[in-house]
Design a protein around this ligand. Structure first.
Ligand code: NAP
Length: 262
């Protein structure tokens, strides 16, 4: 299948590791030029080298996505370099785990900045260019918590619901401009973050990290965690010309973790 992503330009948020990095590499594999960003310039340089080995261009811009002025700089420099952004994949770090009374008002503000405001900043800066082009794809990385709140992750459950509301509203408002907006909802996916989480939580629960991962795997129907590449393949499809009548949806890549009908 020719996905017709060759020559497109994608900006991928939080792409120095994990899901964002896997998406950036998978898009580059299809011939898309990629803008990558996160706070750590050393990690970004290594990812940029990996992407360029695939024969596409890569612009790496260190950015704290919770800071609006830094997002403005990211988009201005990207447009100066490439002249357009066809695909926006929003992503940022995950908030800490815990229950409602564990968190202060400042913790809530930080989580909202991390997951909701970073997404709003990116859309606010990039949508005007997509409107001018009369073309664009926005894919927002959230979590299965959008479909089924996860115990012990209240900050994620609440802030990502806001992202889902944003995605659906934008898909309604900008369909007329040929801008398609969808969200993708990862279940447990084997990134460095999940490996580290297994180490820290297993100590608290008196388990080995490998047992912790096995327990997570048993939560879904396939009995194993996704790889970042399996997750990225779905994002690449949504970004492609083959997904031309798909907007306003939320697709979980969770091996069947969510137990509701839809
Ligand atoms: N992996 C899973 O199983 C899973 C499941 C559901 C949801 N999610 C969510 O999906 C997202 C990505 O997950 P992941 O597993 O890939 O996490 P990860 O491996 O921890 O990667 C997080 C990325 O976010 C960047 N980042 C963090 N804070 C940032 C900020 N303020 N500004 C810019 N970049 C920032 C990090 O880079 P720097 O440190 O260089 O800034 C890194 O590239 C997270 O929100 C996570 O909660 C993951």
């Amino acid at each position: 299948m020719d996905l017709r992503l060759n020559g497109k330009v994608a900006l991928v948020g939080a792409s120095s590791t994990g899901l964002g990095k896997a998406v950036a590499l998978a898009l580059a594999e299809e011939g898309t030029d990629v803008i990558i960003c996160s706070r750590d310039s050393d990690k970004l340089r290594l990812v940029s080298e990996e992407i360029q080995k695939k024969g596409t261009k890569c612009l790496a811009i260190p950015t704290d996505l919770t800071k609006y002025s830094q997002v403005q700089n990211l988009v201005t420099r990207s447009i100066e370099y490439f002249g357009k952004i066809d695909i926006l994949v929003t992503n940022c770090g995950g908030p800490p785990s815990g229950e409602f009374l564990d968190f202060s008002v400042d913790d809530w503000k930080q989580a909202i900045n991390l997951n909701l405001m970073s997404t709003i900043y990116l859309c606010k800066e990039i949508l005007p260019y997509m409107v001018k082009q009369n073309d664009g794809r926005v894919i927002m990385i959230t979590s299965v918590s959008v479909k089924q709140p996860i115990k012990g992750l209240i900050l994620s459950n609440v802030t990502r619901a806001g992202v889902a509301g944003l995605a659906k509203s934008l898909s309604n408002e900008y369909g007329k401009n040929n801008i398609l907006v969808n969200i993708v909802c990862p279940g447990y996916t084997r990134t460095e973050r999940v490996e580290q989480l297994a180490v820290s939580l297993s100590a608290k629960q008196g388990l080995k990290p490998v047992e912790m991962i096995q327990n997570w795997a048993q939560l879904n129907s396939l009995g194993r965690l996704a790889t970042p590449e399996e997750f990225a393949n779905v994002v690449v499809f949504l970004a492609s010309e083959k997904a031309s009548h798909l907007t306003g949806t939320a697709i979980q890549i969770d091996g069947g973790l969510v137990k509701s009908l839809l």
